[in-house]
Design a binder for this molecule. Sequence first.
Ligand SMILES: [Zn+2]
Length: 158
Amino acid sequence: MQIAKLEQLQYARELIQAKLRLSIVAALTNLTLEPLRKMWKEIHGERSPNGKLPESALSYVKTVQMVRNLSAIVLLHQRLHNTKEITPRNLLQTWRAYNDLLGQVDPSNRLDINAAYYALRDVRSNQLTVMKCNNCRISYIYDRELSLTSHCPYCKSE
Ligand SMILES: [Zn+2]
């Protein structure tokens, strides 16, 4: 087996341990779904979830805290990796660093890796804009579609 393929399998295993949905794992690693399903069953002892995937990061936005958490992970990703691109390696690094930093302060800040992925993906495709608040100068993810994402989640300024 080629080294590159072994590496993809190792990343797939780590992404599945983190419970990233399999169709996303498949897309990120270029592996097919069948072996990934087996791997999920092996690791978690149950079948992988089959339900519909959310359409965008906004599906996860129910509270102002979530806007803050998603904003924080987007900024952390850009700071750590200096790119908007998403690879298995940089996604795992960003997600772990985020949970180490913020999840330890308050466990309710811990972020589902799927939500993290969607936030990064939507910023990369410019569906979400990173906006700097004119008032408090903190950057956040902006989208006019929801009232929660159409103003600064920290000071509530427009
Ligand atoms: Zn602000």
